[in-house]
Design a protein around this ligand. Structure first.
Ligand code: HEM
Length: 425
């Protein structure tokens, strides 16, 4: 299958489509990008489910409703999870086709039975042992960055640590060489903006060039290992594909790795920055974590709840449905606000407060829910835990450089500051 756009759907119920809350939803622009939470609080109260004609999406904002959608894959297909939210220009689609980008729906945008079959093997290979084996490497990498940063007394910690660190961990997991980090980071940002952003046709063309290289890089890496699969995650999947191609095809493994090459680091880079920004924005939280490191595992989930790096995710109705009393037709596209659900007072007491010891922090929606629950959640949690352990231990005097403007990538789903200046002297 090639990358393609979705057909436009209209609610057709005669309402003025840009009334009320929809008119306030400007997902590609400030002030929403700087701080989306005031908008979501208003939406939950005034119009918990609304249609946005510009996006042609129905937006779902409350915890129970988002979770119920995730829990019902028969009524809500994941097929649009990776579709460009802003339709791609015809010349961009043609360029991707000529460039040989032939993605298949195997994981986040697949439905049963394909998803069930592929997920079984990708889950089995994601063993707790493989994740645990990464712990010393992650700690070593964090210390390497800290050693390089520390003498300066201050840093842009996104540039100097979080930008590269998660992709290096992922490369160890997938068996990719460290020298390719730079190009993979640029390609995945191309892909993020093409899929979840609102680029002009000219920008789409520029970003799409990177996507073609990205696809072939992934394909060549996986296909090059088929003859002698290594002892790592990709090798485990290829051994299944070599032994039983009816269970898993090599082409499906290529697609799984292509998915991991964005899901496995854009998310953790941004989440590390969000977590630190929240903690240092309220220094008493940081100081408490330095004094009580046993709180770190729960703090990781509370920070994922409070300011996640994946703020919305998508589904499509397979039949007419009703959500919170709103009738939605078959074939409608839904944008599920994970970050709004995570601040829903019906689920979380004082949701706009950070409570490092919150007892139900783990019930957040930041990793989704149900059959597509984030495959990399154990690795993401481990990375964040180690980063916080090492930083609190080594730099307890850490503070934000204030004031500093924040810039967030203009897109619907991925949130994290481009830079975060901190000092420890
Ligand atoms: C803070 C970090 C992360 C966040 C917030 C996050 C969030 C998400 C979300 C919201 C989904 C969709 C779930 C659904 O549809 O129900 C997802 C799926 C997925 N994530 Fe993550 N993720 C993170 C890190 C990672 C990492 C480190 C990896 C891999 C190394 C990863 C791999 C995946 C994969 C493969 C899927 C698709 C699973 C499926 O469809 O069965 N993620 N993630």
């Amino acid at each position: 299958m090639l990358i393609q756009n979705e057909a436009k759907t209209e609610p057709g119920d005669g309402r003025c489509p840009m009334s009320g809350v929809a008119a306030q939803f400007t997902p590609f622009d400030p002030p929403y990008l700087d701080d989306p939470y005031p908008f979501w609080a208003r939406a939950r109260t005034e119009e918990p489910v609304f249609y946005h004609p510009g996006l042609d999406y129905w937006i779902v904002t409350c915890y129970d409703d988002v979770k119920a959608v995730f829990a019902d894959p028969a009524s809500y297909s994941a097929s649009i999870a990776q579709t460009p939210i802003t339709p791609l220009a015809p010349e961009v689609l043609a360029m991707l086709q000529q460039g040989g980008v032939k993605t298949r729906q195997v994981m986040s945008n697949a439905d049963p039975p394909v998803h069930t079959r592929v997920r079984k093997f990708t889950w089995q290979a994601f063993t707790p042992k493989r994740v645990a084996q990464l712990e010393p490497d992650i700690r070593r990498l964090v210390r390497r960055y800290l050693d390089a940063m520390e003498p300066a007394g201050e840093a842009d910690i996104v540039r100097d640590m979080f930008y590269e660190l998660p992709v290096l961990v992922l490369f160890l997991f997938l068996g990719l060489p460290e020298e390719d980090v730079g190009k993979v980071k640029v390609w995945s940002r191309n892909r993020l903006l093409l899929t979840w952003g609102n680029l002009t046709p000219e920008r789409q063309l520029a970003e799409a060039r990177g996507l073609i290289d990205y696809w072939h890089y992934t394909r060549q890496h996986v296909e090059g290992l088929v003859g002698d699969p290594p002892d790592n995650y990709v090798g485990d999947l290829l051994r299944v594909a070599n032994a039983n191609p009816q269970d898993l095809e090599v082409e499906e493994v290529v697609n799984v790795v292509y998915g991991l090459l964005i899901a496995g680091h854009e998310t953790t880079t941004s989440m590390s920055a969000n977590a630190l920004s929240v903690l240092l924005g309220k220094p008493h939280l940081w100081d408490r974590l330095c004094r009580e490191p046993a709180l770190i595992p729960n703090a990781v989930d509370e920070l994922l709840r409070y300011d996640s790096s994946v703020i919305t995710w998508r589904r499509k109705t397979t039949r007419p449905v009703e959500i919170a009393g709103v009738a939605i037709p078959e074939g409608a596209k839904l944008l599920l606000s994970l970050c709004s659900g995570n601040r829903d007072p019906k689920q979380f007491a004082d949701p706009d407060e950070v409570d490092l010891a919150r007892d139900n922090a783990k019930t957040h929606l930041s990793f989704g829910f149900g059959i597509h629950y984030c495959l990399g959640a154990p690795l993401a949690r481990l990375e964040l835990k180690i980063i916080l352990e090492e930083l609190t231990q080594r730099l307890p005097a850490l503070r934000l450089v204030e004031p500093q403007p924040r810039a967030f990538p203009p897109n619907t789903s991925f949130r994290g500051p481009a830079a975060l200046r901190v000092r420890w002297r």
